[in-house]
Write a protein that binds this ligand. Structure first.
Ligand code: M6P
Ligand code: ZN
Length: 194
């Protein structure tokens, strides 16, 4: 295991950035083609310009057993068609590793699913401490008009498995209806093995 000396970083509580931390991910809509259910809306939006959907500021710690990783995620407000801006979502490569999210700003939903077909969602706002148990895939969604910002902590060797989510998404979508978020069935989702 890589030897790391004790250190501290600072969370900017205005913009959610961990100061001095490298940007781990800056995900634009072009990098998420196929993940939003409305392909036409995705392509129309991209004809005008690409947009930053979310960014992740991470600790830069090694992804190794024993270390604890942390980051902040900033999901910018907006929709693609009627579907709110969201992260790609992932299972952990090591399925038996959980995660903790702490809401810092804005309004969000945490969507969860298992490979056995269970589905759950947790509304999040400032002060929410949400637990992602082992074996649950997780995606976050900004359902508000301002950036949704949260802090995450997970085991260094958990890993990110995006493949399953990229091909089938989540069983539910979070869409805007009359200005409010509602969950609807994802017409493209198929349970494993079906
Ligand atoms: C959270 C954590 C990170 C993750 C990020 C963005 O902060 O779960 O591990 O990278 O969200 O989500 P994703 O990797 O699914 O795009
Ligand atoms: Zn995770």
């Amino acid at each position: 295991m890589t030897n790391i000396l004790p250190f501290a970083t600072h969370l900017n509580d205005v913009n959610g950035i961990i100061e001095g931390a490298p940007v781990l991910i800056q995900r634009t809509l072009r990098q998420m083609v196929g993940m939003y259910h409305d392909e036409t809306a995705t392509q129309q939006a991209l004809q005008e310009t690409d947009r930053l959907v979310y960014e992740v500021y991470a600790s830069g710690l090694p992804e190794e057993d024993g270390h604890i990783l942390y980051c902040t995620t900033i999901i910018h407000p907006g929709t693609v068609g009627d579907e709110y801006h969201m992260t790609k979502g992932h299972y952990h490569e090591k399925r038996n590793e959980g995660e903790v999210y702490v809401g810092l700003q804005g309004e969000g939903y945490l969507l969860l699913q298992t490979e056995q077909g269970a589905v759950s969602h947790v509304p999040m706002h400032k002060g929410t401490i949400a637990y992602v148990p082992p074996h649950w895939a997780h995606r976050t969604v900004n359902v508000g008009k301002t950036p949704f910002i949260f802090f995450a902590v997970w085991a260094g060797d958990a890993g990110h498995d995006y493949a399953t989510i990229e091909t089938q998404g989540f069983p539910v979508l979070v869409v805007e209806r009359d200005g409010s978020p509602v969950l609807v069935d994802n017409p493209r989702w198929q349970a494993s093995g079906s």
